[in-house]
Design a protein around this ligand. Structure first.
Ligand code: NAI
Ligand code: 15L
Length: 276
């Protein structure tokens, strides 16, 4: 079966695991990933996840830092969209549990249970210390802007290692800002619409032979900080743009011209912390 419009093979997986299903992005894409697999296993922390399930869903609460629980979570799945974890700058110990141990547990389980494809929700904060007047591609030196960015950098290295050693394919999506609309001036460049994210997920799941591919996830915004030339295999062409929100965003007070928010791609993440 092929998706005529985008010409990418689109044979659904048998069982797709969606971690972080109760989060901001997870809640939005949960219903929309139904087309990607016969069964969607949705997971998050027990406290965050309701047990309500659609007919094509299995709801499995799990703490990603619990190795045995993650092993059971992944068993029987042939693909994973990994959104779960700490998603903002936080003290190292929190990031260590959810993101660093979490991603290790996930890939170890993927190895044991013969998972074919992982989509890793990486972040623009892997390269947050580049200036906003620089344009970089995915081969640029990583410059993580905090413990959170470091954990995503670790996640990308983990993905590369599990491909080189075990052949598990991953697309690491360095998501810019995936929200209903851009919230501030910085997000005029980093915004990724949910529709564009869905299309990027679909291409990341179904494009053959991706090895470990790193792609920036942004819409077709007028100002672009990121060049996706090394992910051209995915054929991802965003359709939305932050432009219709410009007037609303620019009605907000402008940040100080010498502030991190105005100068650095990672914005406020570059100055959050230390926590002790
Ligand atoms: P979110 O914080 O709303 O959702 C993350 C989910 O992970 C939450 O529901 C939380 O309960 C769960 N989680 C946290 N610790 C966990 C643990 N130990 N075990 C199991 N689940 C745990 O984040 P959002 O915005 O939905 O982002 C989804 C993913 O995409 C995250 O990995 C985030 O780092 C990444 N991302 C998101 C961006 C965005 O603009 N929304 C930008 C860049 C990356
Ligand atoms: C991220 O990585 C965060 O998960 C998200 O909450 C946003 O802050 C986003 O980056 C961003 O840079 O706007």
């Amino acid at each position: 079966m092929a998706n005529q419009e985008h010409n990418v093979p689109n044979v659904p997986f048998r069982r797709l695991l969606l971690t972080g299903a109760a989060g901001g992005v997870g809640k939005v894409i949960r219903a929309r990933v139904a087309e990607f697999a016969e069964t969607i296993r949705v997971s998050d922390l027990a406290v965050a996840l309701s047990s309500d399930a659609a007919p094509h869903e299995e709801v499995v609460p799990c703490d990603l830092s619990d190795k045995q629980a993650v092993d059971a979570l992944v068993a029987g799945c042939d693909a994973v969209i990994h959104l779960g974890g700490v998603s903002v700058e936080r003290p190292f110990e929190e990031v260590l549990e959810a993101n660093i141990k979490g991603v290790y547990n996930l890939y170890e389980a993927a190895r044991r249970h013969n998972v074919k494809r992982v989509i890793f929700a990486s972040s623009n904060h892997v390269t947050g210390f580049y200036r906003q007047d620089e344009k970089i591609d995915s081969h640029a030196l990583r410059r993580p802007d905090g413990y959170y960015g470091l954990s995503k950098s670790f996640g990308e290295d983990t993905a590369q290692f599990y491909f080189d050693r075990y052949g598990i394919e991953t697309v690491s999506i360095r998501i810019g800002s995936a929200f209903p609309e851009p919230k501030d001036r910085r997000m005029m460049a980093s915004w990724l619409s949910y529709d564009d994210l869905l299309e990027l997920l679909r291409r990341s799941l179904f494009t053959p032979d991706v090895g470990h591919t790193v792609v920036y996830g942004m819409s077709d915004n007028v100002v672009k900080w990121w060049d996706n030339r090394f992910a051209s295999k995915l054929g991802f062409v965003p359709r939305d743009s932050s432009e219709p929100f410009r007037a609303k965003v620019e009605a907000q007070p402008a940040p100080a011209p010498d502030s991190a928010v105005a100068l650095l791609q990672g914005g406020a993440f570059t100055t959050t912390g230390p926590f002790e």
